[in-house]
Design a protein around this ligand. Structure first.
Ligand SMILES: C[S@@+](CC[C@H](N)C(=O)[O-])C[C@H]1O[C@@H](n2cnc3c(N)ncnc32)[C@H](O)[C@@H]1O
Length: 147
């Protein structure tokens, strides 16, 4: 694609010790159950289970926690999955916000989807039957300007 500004590195995103930069924007697009794309990949539904959801939720929490270390003051994280389970989305974000008071959610404008569940109104959910898209969750987290 002739992208000149990308600097790819191959790492386990739960351990980013080799990264030494700070960023204005970090996109966290972690592995997930893919419950929002069962229409495109129907076989995935035979692999989802309570255990697999919790396995992904644990990885997602670890990646989000690690990614947050590299956000500049006033910078942002966009966390997004192609899953619609609450465990991989609102629960991950609520858990993160409890231990990171220096981050808060911000709406993504213009609002195109439905509000997140459990009162996470700044998050957006997209559903195949309502939005004509795959099932997605996306939320923006802004870091305060104090260190
Ligand atoms: C939802 S996909 C992201 C796709 C990517 N944004 C793209 O456009 O190609 C999640 C990706 O995370 C990778 N992954 C899984 N565990 C990981 C980990 N611990 N560290 C880094 N990447 C991981 C998976 O292999 C998969 O490619």
């Amino acid at each position: 694609m002739n992208v000149q500004i990308a600097d790819p590195v191959l790492l386990d995103a739960r351990r980013l010790n080799a990264v030494h930069d700070m960023f204005d924007l970090v996109l966290v697009d972690p592995p997930c159950t893919g419950s929002g794309v069962f229409d495109r990949n129907p076989r995935m539904k035979w692999h989802i289970s309570p255990d697999s959801i919790m396995k992904y939720a644990t990885i997602q929490r670890e990646i989000l926690q690690e990614a947050s270390r590299f956000v500049k003051p006033t910078g942002r994280i966009v966390y997004s999955t192609c899953s619609i389970t609450i465990e991989e989305n609102e629960h991950v974000i609520a858990n993160f916000l409890r231990s990171h008071p220096d981050f808060e959610t911000k709406p993504i404008l213009p609002r195109l989807g439905s509000a997140g569940l459990n009162g996470l109104n700044d998050a957006e959910r997209f559903y195949p039957h309502k939005d004509g898209t795959a099932g997605y969750f996306v939320v923006q987290l802004e870091k305060s300007d104090y260190n």
